[in-house]
Design a protein around this ligand. Structure first.
Ligand SMILES: [Fe+2]
Length: 443
């Protein structure tokens, strides 16, 4: 992969960092100003932190990395560090902490930001790995955007009327292209060593051999998923792993999270409103077990992480891996549904300008896509800037999700970006697509 000039030239990187930090803060402000203070301090679900915790945690991480680590400043409020250390306090315990009240949390985050922008103005972007190519600024912008996504999940879990609004994605004609795409056998370059703001788990670039496989052209839709439900998929043990079967039995799971059946049709709750489940939209809020069971019912399987990335990044004509399915250019609204521009996925088959060279659509944006893979380090992985970023999560407990959702900002979304979660998670903006072996002779 060749990095465009905008990723190597210091002044372009400074502008990129400023834009990324500003965009993130505008979104944080939106997510925390659309409800009254009591809603910021309340815990809307034991799965989530109070919104006011995320707000001050965003500021605290920014202070830690940009002011203390990069600029060598003293701690502004050392007494609060422990409160906002995600590893010290599980989410369920955070409401009982003596957290900064909303006005103080806002003030603290704003003060940190003011100083961080001063640091950015004169940053040299070289010297250490943290400052090289503005990595620390990119990391902090991504961190804030990731918490913005978490806060959006809290909004989805929150009871009560809608607090957020956004226009719907453009309607799309029913997708009538081929249901699946053949990705021929061969090696490709997975991961990156050149993307300046890529995180440790995306590195280094390495060659992977991938046998030929077919992958769905679009994510699995609500209509397709309903067929699985209507066919008794949730009651048929054959489709489920033993752990998945036990889990759905123990928790009475019979449909995606936020769905309910009424008068012969499926309704769903979405950001405070109830609506009929739209048939042509990618299915959302399913756990890994559900995605895996659906795939087996359909006579298919989930793609491996390497298959997903090859489908998303490998350009067969040039025999190289690109940053995104459409090439190396940063995402625009024509390419993908990203950045909370909409509060839902776009219909399956949308964004033809964002498709891969082989014609796979919506790999980036719309819904996070479960893969069959556990989160594992790439060969040559080095933890950076700290072990807790990725390394402590490696192993069979977590499944990898790829591609980003409508709730992910472009700064935290790349063809190489890896997300992970427990296979039971459903409140996240997760969907999936399926794959199958192509067999010898297909390539
Ligand atoms: Fe965090």
């Amino acid at each position: 992969m060749t990095a465009p000039d905008s990723l190597t030239d210091p002044e372009s990187l400074r502008t990129r960092a400023l834009d990324a930090l500003t965009t993130a803060r505008e979104r944080t402000a939106l997510l925390t100003s659309c409800v009254e203070d009591p809603e910021l301090t309340a815990q809307h679900s034991p799965l989530m932190s109070p919104l006011v915790w995320d707000l001050a945690h965003i500021g605290n991480q920014e202070e830690l990395w940009l002011l203390r680590e990069v600029a060598g400043r003293e701690a502004m409020r050392p007494e609060i560090d422990g409160l906002y250390d995600a590893f010290e306090h599980p989410r369920a315990a955070r409401p009982s902490l003596p957290l900064l009240p909303p006005a103080e949390a806002r003030q603290y985050a704003a003060e940190v930001r003011g100083r961080a922008l001063d640091v950015l103005e004169s940053a040299a972007f070289q010297g250490t790995r943290l400052t090289e190519a503005g990595f620390a600024f990119g990391m902090i912008a991504q961190h804030e955007q990731q918490h913005d996504e978490t806060m959006l999940i809290t909004h989805q879990l929150r009871k009560g009327p809608a607090a957020l609004t956004a226009p719907d994605p453009a309607p799309a004609p029913l997708f009538t292209g081929p249901a699946e795409v053949l990705v021929p056998e061969g090696p490709f370059v997975m991961g990156t060593s050149t993307e300046p703001w890529a995180l440790d788990n995306e590195r280094p670039a390495h060659r992977r051999m991938v046998p030929a496989f077919f992958i769905d052209t679009t994510p699995v839709t609500n209509a397709a998923y309903q067929a699985f439900i209507e066919d008794g998929g949730y009651g048929d043990r054959r489709w489920w792993t033993p752990e998945g079967w036990d889990h759905i039995r123990a928790h009475d799971i019979e449909a995606p999270l936020f769905w309910r059946r009424e008068g012969g049709q499926w309704l769903r709750r979405r950001f405070g409103a109830t609506e009929v489940v739209p048939p042509d939209e990618p299915v959302l809020h399913v756990c890994w077990y559900e995605a895996d069971a659906y795939a087996r019912w359909a006579g298919r399987r989930l793609p491996t992480e390497a298959e997903w990335e090859k489908a998303a990044r490998h350009d067969p004509a040039a025999d190289r891996s690109t940053r995104y399915p459409w090439g190396d250019a940063d995402p625009t609204p024509e390419h993908a549904n990203l950045g909370q521009r909409h509060l839902r996925p776009a219909p399956a088959g949308s964004y033809p300008a964002g498709q891969s060279p082989l014609g796979v659509r919506q790999l980036i944006g719309d819904v996070w896509e479960w893969t069959s893979s556990d989160l594992e380090p790439y060969p040559g992985f080095v933890a950076f800037p700290y072990r807790e970023y990725s390394e402590v999560f490696f192993g069979p407990e977590y499944k990898v999700l790829r591609g980003g959702s409508f709730a992910v900002d472009p700064v935290a979304c790349r063809g190489t970006f890896r997300n992970w979660d427990y296979p039971i998670r459903r409140q996240i903006f997760s969907g999936f697509r399926t794959a199958r072996d192509a067999g010898p002779g297909s390539s």
